[in-house]
Write a new protein. Structure first.
Lengths: 118, 147
């Protein structure tokens, strides 16, 4: 059974986050550190210190920001960017759509019922 | 054996109750403007959710197998970003199989062309793919203020 750290959201704690167990990711000692600070505050401190892996080697391809995002905590991911734009490097062809749109529009307008005031 | 029908990256996928998929915002490039004097760390992630939608034609017998859709993202230098995303596929007789893989962020630690590699596994063996496409990340320079 795996447990999730309530501070950094590391999903593979081998023990429950209690009884002085220590998270290998963010170093929180449960029952000690979280007696003085809330989990939110501890998360903020971990992030402010660079969100580094604490004990031994991090799991392969580990990324602290994806860990938070996967747990739905995107608001904690640093906003490094002022603007983000999705684009496509593509040219666009619309063969025939001009005529189709014209015909479609004309037919549609003819079928609209018109109410006439008495 | 599953046969690829479509595999594409987009901003959002809506699948209605009849299984009809609508793909919103097909994109292949992210342009980012950093905050002033902001260094972009190697492990930076833009908290922008996106998705890879793929659909596969099936043949009788496929519904008896357990297929996993796998998605791997490679940085421009070909190192791997995060873990491989794996999704169990739902395969039914005489139906096309559709998979929506939501990814909660996009890696932006290196400018250039990222590779999105997709394949299907059965019993830990690749049985379809890989299908690869490129996604470009461009990081613009913040212009100094005129004031």
């Amino acid at each position: 059974m795996k447990y999730r750290c309530p501070v950094c959201m590391f999903p593979s704690l081998p023990y429950p986050p209690s009884n002085y167990h220590i998270c290998p990711c963010c170093s929180t000692e449960f029952g000690n550190d979280d007696a003085d600070f809330s989990h939110d505050q501890l998360r903020g401190m971990w992030i402010d210190n660079g969100a580094h892996w604490f004990f031994g080697n991090a799991p392969e391809h580990w990324n602290p920001w994806m860990q938070l995002l996967n747990a739905g905590l995107g608001t904690y991911v640093p906003k490094l960017f002022f603007a983000l734009r999705l684009q496509t490097n593509a040219s666009v062809a619309h063969p025939g759509t001009g005529n189709f749109a014209h015909d479609f529009e004309a037919n549609r307008i003819e079928n609209i019922p018109i109410a006439v005031a008495a | 054996m599953l046969k690829l029908y479509v595999c594409v990256a987009c901003e959002k996928v809506i699948i209605d109750q009849d299984g009809v998929a609508s793909l919103i915002g097909l994109f292949n490039k992210l342009t980012l403007t950093p905050q002033k004097n902001q260094e972009i760390p190697r492990n930076a992630v833009a908290p922008k959710e996106w998705a890879v939608f793929s659909a596969w034609d099936t043949e009788p017998g496929d519904e008896l197998k357990e297929y996993l859709f796998c998605l791997q993202i490679l940085y421009p230098d070909k190192s791997q970003f995060a873990e491989i995303f794996k999704n169990k596929m739902k395969v039914e007789l005489n139906k096309r199989s559709q998979v929506k893989t939501m990814i909660p962020g996009f890696p932006v630690g290196q400018p250039g062309f990222y590779t999105v590699r997709n394949w299907i596994e059965e019993s830990n063996k690749m049985v379809a793919g890989p299908i690869e496409f490129k996604m470009e990340v461009e990081i613009l320079k913040q212009e100094p203020s005129q004031n």
